[in-house]
Design a protein around this ligand. Structure first.
Ligand SMILES: [Zn+2]
Length: 255
């Protein structure tokens, strides 16, 4: 069950701990759920045995989502619930280690972690330089032991995973800007990015014994590429050709 804790930064509906830089007032976005209501709704969903999935973009929304999941654990007791917080654009420094501590999956969209026009025109002026540079802490969360998973958020942005892997492994635009990457300390090795798009998503879907790795007994859902992405410069990944796609071991395309 997906909850929307907040909106997005670009129209100032993302919920922030400190106000937006552009506003005339002390405007810090909006929470869709007031007070304890998100935590209580999440608790009831969890009680039914369903998986909690919370959209949270701003650092205040991410904190509210973590608080809600912490509340669920305290109230309903420990179990293998695999709660998900989607996007995690801004995570306050004090909240970074809570993902691993609570086994919460940060499901992130690496394609967004680039200095494109959306970022320079709409996002950075609203966040200011310091907060802007702390966006999408992908490597930090991965290194913290959080069960990092990737997604595309299609149709909001490209559904092609290699487009996302390219940015995860470079933090540049498709033109290679800026050289060396924007916030390069958050660059993720290609192999980790591939894991986040495959085995980690299988874990998120409670399907780690069926999907996500190539091994006897697993569903042979595979993509055959024309080159080894681990040995390919990130900027060339989006032009990698798909030779064939297999669904449960059967060649699905080209037919
Ligand atoms: Zn969302």
């Amino acid at each position: 069950v997906k909850f929307f804790a907040d909106g997005v930064v670009e129209n100032e509906t993302g919920a922030l701990l400190a106000p937006y830089c552009t506003g005339l007032h002390d405007h810090a976005g909006q929470h869709n759920w007031e007070g304890e209501s998100l935590a209580e709704a999440a608790r009831r969903v969890d009680e039914l045995g369903l998986q909690i999935h919370i959209h949270a973009i701003g650092d205040a929304a991410v904190r509210q989502a973590l608080d809600a999941i912490e509340y669920v654990v305290a109230q309903n007791g420990p179990r293998d619930r695999r709660a998900v917080i989607a996007h995690c654009q801004l995570v306050d420094r004090d909240d970074l280690d809570r993902f691993a501590a609570l086994s919460v999956i940060p499901n992130m969209q690496p394609l967004w972690a680039q200095l494109d026009a959306l970022m320079t025109v709409l996002t950075i002026p609203r966040l200011g330089a310091d907060r802007a540079d702390s966006q999408y802490p992908i490597r930090t969360l991965d290194a913290s032991g959080a069960p990092l998973a990737f997604g595309s958020d299609w149709p909001v942005s490209s559904g092609a995973p290699l487009d996302g892997v390219a940015v995860a492994a470079s933090r540049t635009t498709s033109d290679g800007d800026p050289p060396g990457g924007w916030t390069p300390h958050e660059i993720l090795p290609v192999e980790r990015a591939l894991t986040a798009y495959t085995a980690a998503v299988a874990h998120q879907a409670f399907a780690e014994n069926t999907w996500g790795i190539i091994e006897p007994g697993f569903s042979a859902d595979m993509v055959w590429l024309d080159r080894d992405p681990r040995l390919t410069p990130p900027l060339e990944l989006p032009s990698t050709s798909v030779v064939g796609t297999y669904l449960r071991g059967t060649l699905a395309s080209p037919a």
